[in-house]
Write a protein that binds this ligand. Structure first.
Ligand SMILES: *[C@@H]1O[C@H](CO)[C@@H](O)[C@H](O)[C@H]1NC(C)=O
Ligand SMILES: *[C@@H]1O[C@H](CO)[C@@H](O)[C@H](O)[C@H]1NC(C)=O
Ligand SMILES: *[C@@H]1O[C@H](CO)[C@@H](O)[C@H](O)[C@H]1NC(C)=O
Ligand SMILES: *[C@@H]1O[C@H](CO)[C@@H](O)[C@H](O)[C@H]1NC(C)=O
Ligand SMILES: *[C@@H]1O[C@H](CO)[C@@H](O)[C@H](O)[C@H]1NC(C)=O
Ligand SMILES: *[C@@H]1O[C@H](CO)[C@@H](O)[C@H](O)[C@H]1NC(C)=O
Ligand SMILES: *[C@@H]1O[C@H](CO)[C@@H](O)[C@H](O)[C@H]1NC(C)=O
Ligand SMILES: *[C@@H]1O[C@H](CO)[C@@H](O)[C@H](O)[C@H]1NC(C)=O
Ligand SMILES: *[C@@H]1O[C@H](CO)[C@@H](O)[C@H](O)[C@H]1NC(C)=O
Ligand SMILES: *[C@@H]1O[C@H](CO)[C@@H](O)[C@H](O)[C@H]1NC(C)=O
Length: 852
């Protein structure tokens, strides 16, 4: 379930109601940053969009602008979220639709591999192509080829905690994935949405809970924020992303959707983000406060789902009229929304939305919750194109070969295959049998929650293996019940058997609980007694090959080094072509090259961080202190000298590679200059004042009836009485020293992307078959608080047997800098620095000092 909050239309961005935990010196709080930055007309890449948005906004009335900012309510239109339309100017409401792996609730759509899965490919082209294919499907659900502005199709940020579905612990890799996905999506005319902003690191308490007053607070210091959690979002901004989604949680006890330090200070001032910020669904907790803190769109618009009330809508109109919210702030919200719309190539006239999120019926209510407006709502348009080929390719190229002994793989028409495990077969209820995939039955090809799409079909591993073995004349028998040990035992004890054991571990979004797991996993073991099944099978079969489908690492300690476990593969969450893609890898049609995008530790405690499952602050907001700083995942293992089972970046091939000849070439980059100068004054684009005294308006009476219209119990408080100082200032503001200058690209100070070093190395395929290799570049920044090494480059290169190729990577100023809290800027430290190149984070076969 989702917990709805009804919080006051009150002040924010300072310490909330949470009581201090015992032993805590003080409750973390978030410093104010006001006023909310307005768009920069000269921001590179946004200039044309700015002009078009300005022309459009200038024609709009107050009500029309408010319409753009406020969702029409949960299940009130066809999309998961939709803002009001502007009929007078021919704009139909913008449609916001999940999900990060397809068109959620759509029929005849594709189910792509998860973002984490494609991250394992370490392949920029595949990341881009996947984004583009998803964008096309979103767009085609608008019937014609153009104009289907959708959101919520995104990558999530890095994840600190180990048990979550969306675990992306490395910021550099995540940044590349996020940027390529954004470019792919937006090249089709769909607005991408980077989410969740920010430090939404666990599902438990993300929206509070029955026994706590508020959502969990992620308490993160400034340096860790910049060097780890913010990093990938910077790449999204550089890639031109049109929208961001603020998250449910609090940061330093201020809700992320009204945290002025995050939205005004970091995102819009420091990064110079020009697009719009929308709330996660019901993540808004205040009206005027969230508006001045930098929120631009409320989703799905109502205070609590289907209560018919809104913090914005009528309230925002009133707040502008009565002077609480300056008109420029509303104009800026509308500008940002329309600029993102135009930047992605959209025109005002748009096709009809051709599907409905709430029913697959052809005819039904347009306004589903109200059950009104019966008409055709589904056209059942097939938008899949030939994406199945890309899906199969991405899934195969993202499958990580963790172990391969005695050339167990690739398979060469084996005599007898025993396929074992529920994870090889279908869900008896069908691939979409559980709403939002809220179960773990049959093979696991996507997690659960709103980040899902309906499978058009699901090729299970058993399906594809059956077809393959039929072609080869291999005997294949299967037991796809984890608890049918006597049948399994009878099968795998036979002579000449190759056992393929399929196992999984699932997780998802917190509003669904599966087998007692409330979004986050409760443990790191395999589900359905998978570890015991592997141990049982491998005790009888000396050629046991394990395939893991999971949302993150599992503890494989008890069985991974058995000599009878000859190969282990991690296939992530592969999507609809699961079976065909794993067969491609098992039989060598695709020579694996993917790398694990997280560390596989020997035990749960080795990760150093954990989920908070129980309230830890009485009835107040649970407090999650990020005391480990930047030391998560491999950085933590390296720092603490803990040996993992499979390290970050590890992955094998059916051929072998050698690394040689590292060279470092220094480039001339000037001295770093903090950005100076200031913004223009806040512009307003109304062609007439929103309220002229004595003028007769049809919609509003600003005296007695206003309080009634607002239904705000505290109606009448002025901005001075409850908004922070400067919240409504409109004068020129200084530019951020770490941010872009007046005519720069958004993302940060331009010089952060100066090329400082170019690193090259020779990679040779020393085996006998063609293969792909993922050389990785790591830097040691050398300081006592720096991780021993951190990823700063990679490539995926195809090399013929006996041939060599040159790996080349650049290091930018940003790659070599630390965040300096005192100067609030990036600096390159004096500590001696080293660059390493190798096939994983722990096989750093080449090293060279970096001369700065
Ligand atoms: C959170 O508080 C820490 C200090 O405890 C500070 O360094 C950081 O900038 C704050 N971040 C936000 C977003 O308020
Ligand atoms: C606001 O949006 C609603 C819903 O799309 C629409 O009916 C209404 O006419 C719009 N209002 C204005 C002022 O354009
Ligand atoms: C809330 O607290 C009550 C009383 O302590 C307890 O019985 C219940 O299990 C708690 N609910 C949750 C979801 O933790
Ligand atoms: C205005 O916002 C308040 C919360 O501050 C809410 O209680 C009220 O219902 C809203 N008014 C409308 C008309 O939605
Ligand atoms: C871990 O959780 C899974 C899924 O709920 C469950 O199947 C398994 O038994 C649990 N493992 C342990 C050791 O409790
Ligand atoms: C493992 O084998 C034991 C007998 O040795 C059996 O009792 C148990 O059910 C088996 N478990 C699984 C998951 O196969
Ligand atoms: C490996 O498998 C063989 C049967 O092929 C069995 O005899 C042996 O005990 C197994 N070894 C281990 C370590 O499980
Ligand atoms: C597995 O055991 C069989 C005999 O059952 C033997 O022929 C084969 O060489 C063994 N394979 C390995 C990899 O040890
Ligand atoms: C608003 O309406 C009230 C009656 O509901 C009336 O007394 C008042 O004069 C009106 N004010 C304006 C500005 O029209
Ligand atoms: C202005 O309108 C907002 C939104 O309804 C309300 O919260 C606030 O109290 C009003 N302020 C004044 C001074 O009337």
């Amino acid at each position: 379930m989702r917990y709805a909050f009804v919080a006051a239309w009150a002040a924010c961005s300072s310490a909330a109601s949470a009581q201090p935990i015992e032993e805590r010196a003080e409750t973390a709080h978030s410093p104010p940053f006001y006023p909310s930055p307005w768009m920069n007309p000269k921001a590179i890449g946004w200039e044309d969009a700015y002009v078009k948005a300005k022309d459009f906004i200038s024609q709009m009335t107050l009500l029309e602008k408010v319409n753009l900012t406020t969702g029409v309510g949960w299940q009130s239109e066809q999309c998961v979220g939709q803002v009001g339309s502007i009929p007078r100017l021919g704009l139909r409401g913008l449609c916001m639709q999940d999900s990060p792996l397809g068109v959620r609730f759509g029929d005849y759509v594709s189910a792509f591999p998860s973002g984490q899965t494609v991250a394992a490919s370490f392949d920029r082209v595949l990341m881009y192509q996947r984004g583009k294919a998803m964008g096309q499907e979103h767009k085609d659900k608008g019937r014609e080829r153009h104009a289907w502005p959708c959101c919520r199709t995104s990558w999530s940020p890095p994840r600190r905690r180990k048990k979550l579905g969306r675990l992306f612990p490395d910021p550099w890799l995540t940044g590349v994935g996020l940027a390529e996905t954004v470019k792919g999506i937006q090249d089709t005319g769909v607005i991408a949405c980077a989410k969740h902003f920010i430090v939404n690191e666990q599902e438990h308490f993300r929206q509070g809970g029955p026994n706590v007053s508020d959502a969990i607070s992620s308490n993160v210091d400034d340096k860790t924020m910049h060097e780890l959690y913010l990093w990938p979002f910077v790449d999204a901004v550089r890639a031109g992303v049109g929208s961001f989604m603020c998250s449910y949680n609090q940061v330093n006890n201020s809700y992320a959707c009204q945290n002025s330090k995050l939205l005004n200070g970091i995102l819009k001032s420091e990064l110079g983000f020009q697009g719009f910020v929308m709330s996660d669904w019901a993540a808004q907790h205040s009206g005027a406060s969230s508006a001045v803190a930098g929120l631009d769109m409320t989703m799905p618009g109502d205070v609590a789902f289907n209560d018919g009330k809104s913090y914005w809508g009528t309230n925002l109109t009133l707040a502008v009229i009565n002077g609480t919210i300056p008109e420029y702030r509303l104009d800026d919200m509308a500008m940002r929304i329309m600029a993102a719309f135009f930047k992605t190539g959209n025109e005002i006239e748009q096709p009809t939305i051709n599907f409905d999120s709430w029913t697959k019926d052809t005819y039904g209510p347009m306004h589903y919750y109200a059950n009104e407006g019966n008409q055709q709502i589904n056209w059942h348009v097939n938008v899949q194109r030939d994406h199945r080929n890309l899906i199969r390719d991405v899934a195969a190229k993202s499958t990580v070969l963790l172990k391969n002994e005695n050339n167990a793989l690739p398979l060469k028409a084996p005599k007898f295959l025993a396929v074992i495990g529920e994870d090889a077969g279908p869900n008896p209820k069908g691939p979409n049998g559980c709403a939002d995939r809220g179960c773990d039955d049959g093979t696991l090809a996507m997690g659960w929650g709103s980040g899902t799409a309906d499978f058009p079909y699901l090729v299970t591993p058993l399906d594809a293996l059956t077809m393959k073995t039929a072609d080869d004349g291999t005997r294949l028998e299967h037991v796809i019940d984890n608890y049918a040990w006597s049948s399994t035992q009878a099968l795998v004890s036979q002579a000449d058997v190759t056992a393929l054991v399929f196992v999984n571990a699932d997780s998802g979004e917190g509003y669904i609980t599966v087998d007692g797991n409330e979004g986050d996993r409760n443990n790191l073991t395999l589900w359905g007694s998978g570890d015991e099944l592997i141990k049982n099978v491998s005790s009888l079969c000396n050629n046991t090959i394990v395939v893991i489908h999971s949302t993150g690492p599992t503890v494989v300690t008890e069985w991974y080094d058995s000599p009878n476990v000859t190969a282990i593969l991690w296939a992530g969450l592969p999507g609809q072509e699961s079976g065909r893609s794993i067969v491609d890898v098992l039989y060598g049609r695709v020579n694996p090259a993917a790398r694990t995008p997280f560390t596989w530790g020997a035990k749960r405690e080795d990760y150093g961080t954990d989920i908070i499952y129980e309230p830890n602050n009485g009835a107040g907001a649970p407090q999650q202190d990020f005391t480990e700083g930047v030391m998560i995942d491999y950085r933590y293992f390296d720092y603490k000298n803990i040996t993992p089972i499979f390290e970050f970046g590890h992955g094998l091939s059916y051929t072998t590679f050698e690394y040689s000849n590292i060279k470092v070439e220094k480039s001339v980059a000037g001295k770093y200059n903090p950005t100076t100068g200031s913004t223009p004054e806040a512009p307003t684009f109304a062609n007439r004042s929103p309220y002229i005294p004595y003028y007769i308006y049809p919609y509003l009476n600003t005296t007695s009836s206003a309080a009634e219209a607002s239904q705000d119990p505290d109606y009448g408080k002025t901005a001075e009485e409850f908004l922070p100082p400067n919240a409504i200032a409109s004068e020129v503001q200084p530019l951020n020293a770490a941010g872009p200058a007046a005519s720069d690209e958004p993302g940060g100070n331009r010089q952060l992307w100066d090329i400082m070093q170019t690193v090259t190395a020779t990679i040779t395929n020393t085996g006998s078959i063609v293969g792909e290799e993922v050389p990785q570049l790591y830097v040691a920044l050398g300081g006592p608080t720096d991780p021993p090494v951190q990823l700063r480059g990679f490539d995926r290169m195809r090399i013929e047997p006996g041939q060599s190729a040159e790996f080349r990577a650049i290091l930018t100023r940003r790659d070599l800098s630390n965040w300096d809290v005192a100067s609030q800027n990036w600096v390159i430290s004096e500590h001696p620095k080293t660059v390493h190149v190798g096939p994983s984070s722990r096989k750093l076969v080449l090293s060279a000092p970096l001369e700065i």
